[in-house]
Design a protein around this ligand. Structure first.
Ligand code: SF4
Length: 282
């Protein structure tokens, strides 16, 4: 079986992004999917997946060819979107603003990685302030997913929309759109909302097809690859997950799942599969 050869459908038979043989095996092993009878290179997830509506990049907001401000969530996640958006004719300017990242040392490390990539790719980069207190204030009332993540997106995308308007750039987008860890539909909805409030346009494109390339390119550029989403909560979740895995058998019998200390189910099998995920609905 070749490395990128497995077809994936959800419980309702909808085609999802293809995955690798290793990831397919992992999804089957952890009870998230079954093999499709008669099709050795296909798996079926046991649940339906909300796939964002397929729309051509040409139908979305600004016409490729103009200036575009690219919100950069980290260096690795910029490696695919930058050449991709340039290939559409966009003149790019980067914007770093991620007050969600903690601790400060981690923020500094990711910012340095974003700066290193920008320098290597010839991407002019605007750098916003580090304001972790603004993030904590924003999520204070809703510290759980998915509301916490929606607030986090809003904070960052609103700053990008404001920055685009300040610089006279008519449109913006975000590298968060490459990540299967993030809620694509929420990013789009919030991006369009804050764009409209600031008199600019949000460029939406599902960039997840570049996720595998992103990891390869990040290694090629020697960029720091982080191990958690960014905020203190995601760091705690990661630590809990590792602790949970170190004590096998905590999940429902036969499910292969790990139940976290607060009762949520670890969805990492799905997340790591690089598929459209419910990463923000855990
Ligand atoms: S998990 Fe990620 S997207 Fe969600 S609030 Fe934390 S840093 Fe933001």
């Amino acid at each position: 079986m070749s490395r990128e050869s497995v077809r994936v459908v959800d419980a309702q038979g909808r085609e999802l992004s293809r995955t690798t043989a290793d990831r397919a095996r992992k999804l089957v092993a952890c009870g998230k999917a079954t093999r499709v009878p008669g099709e050795p290179h296909a798996i079926r997830l046991w649940y339906p997946v909300a796939v964002p509506e397929a729309r051509s990049p040409r139908d979305e907001g600004p016409a490729p060819g103009g200036e575009l401000l690219l919100h950069v969530c980290c260096g690795p996640c910029a490696t695919y979107p930058v050449p991709r958006l340039r290939s559409l004719g966009f003149a790019l300017r980067g914007f770093w603003y991620n007050p969600n990242i903690e601790p400060a040392g981690e923020h500094a490390r990711r910012e340095a990685s974003a700066r290193a990539y920008a320098a290597a790719a010839g991407l002019p980069l605007e750098v916003g302030p580090y304001e972790p207190e603004r993030f904590l204030q924003a999520v204070e009332a809703t510290p759980l997913r998915p509301e916490r993540c929606r607030k986090c997106y809003r904070l960052r995308l609103e700053a990008a929309a404001r920055e685009a308007a300040r610089l006279g750039i008519p449109a913006f987008t975000t590298t968060l759109l490459i990540s299967p860890y993030q809620d694509q539909a929420a990013l789009r909805e919030i991006g369009e909302e804050v764009a409209s409030a600031h008199g600019v346009t949000f460029y939406y494109e599902n960039l997840r097809r570049g996720w595998d390339q992103r990891t390869r390119l990040a290694r090629q550029y020697g960029l720091y690859l982080q191990q958690y989403c960014g905020c203190r909560f995601s760091l705690a979740e990661r630590e809990e997950k590792i602790a949970g895995r170190a004590r096998p058998g905590r999940g429902p019998a036969g499910s292969g799942e790990v139940v976290l200390a607060d009762g949520r189910i670890d969805t990492s099998c799905l997340i790591e599969g690089g598929l459209y995920s419910d990463a923000n609905s855990a």
